[in-house]
Design a protein around this ligand. Structure first.
Ligand code: IDP
Ligand code: MG
Length: 169
């Protein structure tokens, strides 16, 4: 328990000192996979300059999705959400970079595609809130929690990015 607390503290400290190590959890939902939007979505994050440090295709269990969406358990759409998210494969990813949590949320758009500006993923690629193609962590704390829920530490790859000097001063 103390080790986990120290690891979280060290990670948070690293984020505050050098924000380029911030990470977020992104999942392309079953509709995004079925509609062949995986390449388009990865392209946007790569073009922005963020670094991919983890990725897998998987079909999530209802138990995992219930843990992921625990805060929404009292919402009327919760059961349908869990069914939709477990209905087919997801592509789950961890992206890293300066302010990546907040910037990724801006790139996603609003929860409801109808409120999402053109140019955002949900604004450009989907129509209905219950089929909104992508998930992104909403805070640095939830990103840390979600990454630990969906990825084992050895599934994340630290690699030297030769573009770093052209993305960061
Ligand atoms: P977020 O995905 O933008 O963070 P949340 O409020 O955390 O939005 O909701 C999680 C997911 O639940 C949404 O992405 C969407 O798939 C679904 N959802 C949210 N609100 C509704 C709704 O009013 N009807 C149906 N599904 C919803
Ligand atoms: Mg959310």
């Amino acid at each position: 328990m103390i080790c986990v607390a120290l690891a979280v503290f060290a990670y948070m400290f690293q984020i505050v000192v050098t924000g380029i190590h911030e990470r977020t959890f992104i999942a392309i939902k079953p509709d995004g996979v079925q509609r062949r939007l995986v390449g388009e979505i990865i392209h946007r994050f790569e073009q922005k300059g963020f670094k991919l440090v983890g990725m897998k295709i998987m079909q999530a269990s209802e138990d995992l999705l219930k843990a992921h969406y625990f805060e929404l358990r009292d919402q009327p759409f919760y059961n349908r959400l869990v069914k939709y998210m477990s209905s087919g494969p997801l592509v789950t990813m961890v992206w890293q970079g300066l302010n990546v949590v907040k910037t990724a949320r801006a790139m996603l758009g609003e929860t409801n595609p109808a409120d999402s500006a053109p140019g955002t993923i949900r604004g450009d690629l989907c129509v209905e809130v219950s089929r909104n193609v992508i998930h992104g962590s909403d805070s640095v704390e939830s990103a840390i929690h979600e990454i630990s829920l969906w990825f084992r530490p050895d599934e994340l790859v630290c690699w030297n990015d030769c573009a770093d000097d052209w993305i960061y001063e």
